[in-house]
Design a protein around this ligand. Structure first.
Ligand SMILES: *Cc1c(COP(=O)(O)O)cnc(C)c1O
Length: 242
């Protein structure tokens, strides 16, 4: 059972984030339409995610295969589950059929494996092309200049369905985020154009707790927010609630 004070923290966190999303959406510079809140639920116990679902949360994203598989049965009827972390090809089998969207596709080797396992399971898996917009060596994602060609290949691969683009902005001053998000938006639009606008309900996944308002300002259709809902993470111990 969740105690009342933890419920209050999640209730306040969730509602505050929803309010900030609505506000950012009303004042945005680029883009239109709805913004989906994906709750990044690493280290959050399933019962806390279910509580957030009871408040209206629709989508949860896991970034570790093990956490996805552990929580999947508890969460699958309450929420749509996405996979947002780095994915190794040898773990694709555990993710296909569970994650409705895989955000982190950055090589044809990985895409091919997702496609193969999807076909074998009789499903089509939605994928996003991850872009390394800050060109950081430590980060995954394709380089910005390679994104268009890579996305075209993804769009032609059977077993997967390209839905759009994901990026993780570099750690930077909040005033610098918009530049990275604006660049990502431009690539997203180029990809949509290049694929003949055949992408159904395109997703631009960008922005986290410290940057989701900047991301929405620059056209994000989905933001990935963890700590602003659940509190700061204490790795290994779950969220601390602060
Ligand atoms: C954890 C995580 C987030 C959310 O991070 P917060 O700073 O807690 O909002 C977003 N995207 C990915 C890929 C993550 O792993």
């Amino acid at each position: 059972m969740l105690d009342q004070s933890r419920k209050t923290e999640i209730y306040d966190g969730y509602n505050r984030v929803m309010e900030r999303i609505e506000n950012a959406r009303a004042h945005r510079f680029t883009g239109s339409g709805e913004v989906t809140l994906l709750a990044a639920t690493k280290t959050v116990p399933a019962e806390e995610v279910l509580y957030a679902a009871s408040l209206g949360l629709k989508v949860a994203g896991e970034n570790k295969v093990q956490e996805l598989t552990e929580k999947y049965d508890d969460l699958k009827d309450a929420l749509d589950m996405h996979f947002i972390g780095h994915l190794q090809t040898n773990k694709v089998r555990q993710v296909v059929g569970k994650a409705s969207v895989i955000h982190s596709v950055d090589s044809m080797k990985l895409a091919g494996e997702i496609a193969k396992k999807s076909i074998a399971m009789g499903v089509v898996t939605d994928v996003l092309c991850e872009i390394n917009i800050g060109r950081e060596e430590s980060k995954s994602g394709v380089m910005p200049e390679a994104a268009k060609e890579f996305a075209a290949e993804l769009a032609e691969t059977a077993g997967i369905r390209l839905r759009g683009v994901m990026t993780m902005a570099p750690v930077c001053e909040s005033s610098e985020y918009r530049k990275y998000f604006a660049e990502t938006y431009q690539i997203f639009v180029d990809i949509l154009q290049n694929t003949g606008y055949n992408i159904n309900e395109p997703i631009l996944s960008m922005g986290m707790s410290d940057s989701f308002e900047e991301a929405i300002a620059e056209g994000a259709t989905l933001v990935r927010v963890g700590s602003a809902i659940f509190g700061r993470r204490a790795y290994g111990l779950g969220y601390t609630g602060k």
